[in-house]
Write a protein that binds this ligand. Structure first.
Ligand code: FE2
Length: 122
C-alpha cells in the first residue's frame, strides 16, 4: 500500500526541479533576485507562488501568507486575502553576509511550501 502524504503535516518542497508535478508547479514559491549584492545595500527579491502554473485564489483555496528568511533569520512577511491580492510579492531587503534565502508560503489546503536560493554578499 502506497504511503499517503499529508501535505498539512510536513514542510513541502519540490522533489525534482526537472520533473515538477502540477501540485509542485502551483505551490513552489519562486524566488527571483540577483545572485549577489553588496553588504547592507538594498535589493529587490520577488517571491511568486503560481509562476509556473496559476494557483487558485478563492476563499476555499488560496495562499495565506509569504515569508522570507535568510538562513534561519526572519526578514519579512506578507499576509494575503483571497480574491483581493495575488501571491506575487516584491520585498526590498538588505543583508550583511552571504546566506540562503528561504521563501515560505502557506496554502490553506496544501500546507506550507519552501524554496531556497543562495545569495552572495560582498
Ligand atoms: Fe493549494
Amino acid at each position: 500500500m502506497a504511503e499517503v502524504v499529508n501535505l498539512l503535516q510536513q514542510m513541502n518542497k519540490v522533489a525534482d526541479p526537472a520533473n515538477m508535478t502540477e501540485l509542485e508547479m502551483k505551490h513552489n514559491p519562486v524566488i527571483s533576485c540577483p545572485d549577489s549584492a553588496k553588504a547592507d545595500e538594498p535589493f529587490e527579491c520577488t517571491v511568486h507562488v503560481g509562476k509556473l502554473k496559476a494557483h487558485p485564489n478563492e476563499a476555499a483555496h488560496h495562499i495565506e501568507f509569504i515569508d522570507l528568511y535568510v538562513d534561519d533569520l526572519f526578514l519579512c512577511r506578507v499576509d494575503l486575502q483571497a480574491r483581493k491580492s495575488n501571491p506575487r510579492i516584491t520585498f526590498e531587503i538588505m543583508l550583511r553576509q552571504s546566506g540562503v534565502l528561504k521563501a515560505y508560503q502557506s496554502c490553506n489546503m496544501h500546507g506550507v511550501w519552501v524554496s531556497e536560493k543562495k545569495m552572495s554578499i560582498s
